[in-house]
Ligand binder design. Structure first.
Ligand SMILES: Nc1ncnc2c1ncn2[C@@H]1O[C@H](COP(=O)(O)OP(=O)(O)OP(=O)(O)O)[C@@H](O)[C@H]1O
Ligand SMILES: NC(=O)c1ccc[n+]([C@@H]2O[C@H](COP(=O)(O)O)[C@@H](O)[C@H]2O)c1
Length: 168
């Protein structure tokens, strides 16, 4: 039994994440998705709440063939304690999937195996680029699974981002 952890902020969950998860699902028996910075929302880098991100990911993964645990993870002030915090919130895992250099370093120092999945169409598929399109009123729907676009519309996510992007 091999259980993997994939950590990200998923602001929003997009087709790059989807392609990574499809590959991971071929390698592990169970997958934990850790939603990082769970406590942060309603700012331009983190527009969506942890609950909204849970909804996006769970709907987009409705057909996945392996068990998936979606777990919000709040940040902690001390990087040196973060891995212990993550372990306290998740089922035990054997391998971590991430491209984030700090996350790689912290798990490696804790003696946990880390793999960095290759980037998929990174020029368009990054949270930063997608959020910029949302704020600018440009097309973003093709960058995310259709279920995620539905959630963003249901929660009036574009209106939220355009509102918080205003200056007073
Ligand atoms: N297009 C992509 N292809 C493969 N992996 C990706 C892609 N975009 C992000 N990832 C990886 O997914 C994980 C979670 O990333 P994250 O939620 O920060 O998305 P992001 O697109 O990098 O967002 P942001 O631009 O907001 O930092 C990270 O390990 C990141 O390297
Ligand atoms: N000290 C901490 O709380 C700590 C340390 C490393 C990563 N993280 C979190 O892990 C997540 C990593 O996700 P990204 O790869 O999407 O940046 C982020 O939410 C980040 O804040 C938190």
């Amino acid at each position: 039994m091999k259980r993997g952890l994939y950590v990200g902020r998923f602001q929003p969950y997009h087709n790059g994440h989807k392609s990574v998860i499809e590959r991971i699902a071929d390698e592990v028996d169970e997958l934990i998705i850790g939603i990082g910075s769970a406590e942060i929302s309603h700012d331009l880098r983190h527009p969506f709440t942890a609950g909204e991100r849970v909804l996006m990911i769970s709907r987009a993964l409705k057909d996945i063939k392996i068990p998936v645990y979606i777990i919000p993870l709040e940040d902690v002030k001390r990087n040196a304690l973060w891995v212990a915090h993550v372990k306290s919130m998740t089922p035990p895992f054997d391998i971590v999937y991430t491209g984030n250099p700090l996350v790689i370093e912290l798990f490696r120092e804790a003696g946990i195996r880390v793999t960095s999945p290759p980037m998929y169409r990174r020029e368009t598929l990054s949270g930063t680029a997608i959020r910029a399109r949302m704020v600018a009123g440009e097309a973003w729907e093709e960058c995310v699974p259709p279920e995620v676009a539905d959630v963003i519309r249901e929660i009036h996510g574009i209106e939220r981002m355009q509102q918080i992007a205003k200056t007073d």
